[in-house]
Write a protein that binds this ligand. Structure first.
Ligand SMILES: [Zn+2]
Length: 428
């Protein structure tokens, strides 16, 4: 590590300015793709540093302490003017729960000035700068209508998109896939250079996180382009390789990341289309039941949906509320596509652990019920004192949204005048 103590560029501002004696700033160029700034933010809001010869194409801020601060990251836009993006300091889902970070900000233009307004944040920060040199590959026409669902969908191979970046490290471990885990990258929805984005995610995972390769098995861009993720390095098929994406419980999982942030915005229909075909192909290949559950071996052996979100494994907002909300629909359609290939998926009742998905549970306000059976079902919701608050028919195609006061509720599913399932949920 080439650690150099450097002078801070002092920016005079009406608010305050950065004082080197207070800051204890270190800049370290680790290699051609990765540099680090360690600094401590005191009273000053605005931090500016000239990285000089080190150009960067993405930046992420890691902090030791939790903060509700929203920081502003300034950058030079395509047309050469200074603009900024805002980012919250949130749990670092990539590394461990004891650190916090901004989102990974990927820039389409090379940058050399680090300028961040830290708002009300105070404390130690690690500013990670990554540089993915531009590479030319033609992404156009890589997205096809997948006419044959029996085949693996076409995708951009790792050797293509990784060109000019350091190679991933061996070894690789094969795992028997039982769970298909859906993620979002939590990055910007305004990125249009998807090749640049995936190259920067790769650098974050391999250089900063120190992983052997990109964490996911597959990534899907908003225009539906699928990228191969982990390079199997000869250890087997890319979909059967153990990744790094699921709360340190990666065994028996395959990770698919949709590029973008889907907390409030739904993914592009083209990305959903590719996701469904990718899932369908894997369901069919490994004879997985789209609506089934399998015991996950680590760490406590809970049952886990065969198709699930990152949030089903640990506390994270991934893959975003909007994407999570349509997951049942995606499962249903993926199963239908897989079915159309000629494989009869087994939907016999004993395999269905529960007839309904209730999420989020506990909830803060809205709670959703999604029916997983073709039976005609009435949903009854009762308060803990036994009084009836809801009596309604529910349908497989449409999640039922319920708004209730805080409390613990009991529900019953009734079909042909018999209770087929009962359980409880909480609104807090
Ligand atoms: Zn995730």
């Amino acid at each position: 590590m080439n650690l150099i103590k450097v002078k801070v560029v002092v920016i005079l501002s009406s608010l305050s300015f950065l004082c080197q004696s207070q800051t204890n700033l270190h800049f370290a160029k680790i290699n051609d793709f990765y540099s680090l700034i360690n600094a401590e933010i005191f009273e000053q809001k605005l931090f500016t540093f000239n990285a000089g010869k080190f150009k960067f194409t993405s930046l992420i801020v890691e902090t030791e302490n939790k903060s509700d601060a929203e920081i502003k990251i300034f950058y030079k836009s395509k047309i050469g003017i200074e603009t900024y993006v805002t980012s919250k300091i949130d749990y670092n889902e990539n590394v461990d729960i004891s650190t916090y970070c901004s989102k990974l900000n990927v820039f389409e233009e090379e940058q050399s000035i680090v300028k961040i307004d830290f708002g009300n944040f105070k404390g130690k920060v690690k500013i990670i700068l990554l540089y993915a040199p531009k590479t030319e590959i033609e992404l156009k026409n890589k997205f096809y209508k997948f006419s044959n669902p029996c085949n693996k969908p076409p995708m951009i191979s790792y050797t293509e998109w990784r060109k000019g970046l350091p190679n991933p490290k061996p070894p690789r471990v094969k795992t028997k896939i039982e769970h298909l885990v859906i993620h979002h990258s939590a990055g910007s929805n305004n990125d249009t250079d998807y090749l640049n984005t995936i190259r920067n995610i790769y650098l974050l995972h391999t250089q900063s996180n120190g992983w052997d390769d990109i964490g996911y098995n597959f990534l899907i861009a908003p225009d539906g382009t699928i990228f191969n993720g982990r390079d199997p390095l000869g250890a087997g098929d890319d979909d059967d390789i153990l990744g790094a994406h699921f709360c340190s419980k990666n065994q028996n999982t395959m990770g698919i990341c949709l590029m973008g942030n889907f907390m409030t915005k739904k993914p592009d229909y083209r990305a959903i289309y590719s996701l469904k075909y990718l899932l369908a192909w894997k369901l069919k290949k490994d004879k997985l039941d789209a609506f089934g559950q399998t015991k996950h071996p680590q760490p406590d052996g809970n049952m886990l949906d065969n198709i699930c979100g990152h949030r089903n494994g640990c506390s994270t907002s991934c893959p975003g509320d909007s994407l999570y909300l349509i997951l049942n629909n995606i499962k249903f359609e993926s199963a239908r596509i897989a079915d159309s290939c000629g494989l009869k998926l087994d939907f016999i009742e004993p395999k269905i652990v529960s007839f309904v998905s209730v999420f989020p549970n506990p909830a803060t306000d809205k709670i959703y019920f999604v029916l997983k059976t073709e039976k005609v079902v009435i949903l009854k919701v009762l308060k803990s004192n036994g009084s009836l608050v809801l009596h309604e028919k529910i349908y497989t195609e449409k999640p039922l949204e319920i708004n209730l006061e805080k409390g613990i509720y009991f529900y019953q599913l009734i079909s042909e005048n018999k209770i087929i399932e009962k359980s409880k949920f909480m609104i807090f």
